[in-house]
Design a protein around this ligand. Structure first.
Ligand code: NI
Length: 169
């Protein structure tokens, strides 16, 4: 396995729309394993293929404390959503940045596993946030897109500052 490098905003490649996965082979399984390794190494709770510059509809999530509840969704599509929630989100492509985003409280998705088998997955609360956040990445969308222009520019200034501090540390 290997840890992949994560694209950081405003890298324009984060705006790429991912293509559906059509080949479910050993390479795909290796890629999924690498995505988990990358996400765990970065202490993240979710990662979309877009963030590692692979433009295919693959996302991984693990929101458990113990890091033992891996979820892989391939070619995920939302088939139903319900309610609303506000949750403070972060993103591995925006180190040190957090912002409240409003999303559906519950989602039901249709997806495939790494063997190409179809399944339906239902999530609620923070897990539903993660599913929606990662699915957005595959559309080239990032969480700051939901903020007002003023809020977004303040946060992005903070991100720039954080980056400069990290570079000089
Ligand atoms: Ni993200």
């Amino acid at each position: 396995m290997s840890v992949l490098s994560i694209l950081e905003f405003p890298d324009p490649r984060l705006r790429t729309r991912a293509a559906p996965v059509s080949v479910f082979d050993a390479n795909l399984k290796q890629f999924v394993a690498d995505m988990f390794e990358t996400m765990y190494a970065a202490n993240g709770v979710g990662l979309a293929a877009t963030q590692v510059n692979v433009h295919q509809r693959v996302l991984v999530i693990d929101m458990s404390e113990e890091r033992n509840q891996p979820l892989v969704l391939i070619n995920a599509e939302i088939v139903a959503k319900d309610g609303a929630q506000v949750y403070q989100e972060g993103c591995l492509s925006f180190p040190g940045l957090y912002a409240d985003v409003t999303r559906a409280l519950k989602v039901k998705v249709k997806a495939q596993d790494p063997d190409g088998k179809d399944f339906v997955y239902e999530a609620e609360g923070p897990l539903a946030v993660a599913v929606q956040h990662e699915m957005d990445h595959l559309e080239g969308k990032v969480f700051v897109d939901y903020l007002s222009p003023l809020k977004r520019s303040l946060l992005l200034k903070r991100l720039e500052k954080h980056r400069k501090q990290a570079a000089s540390a």
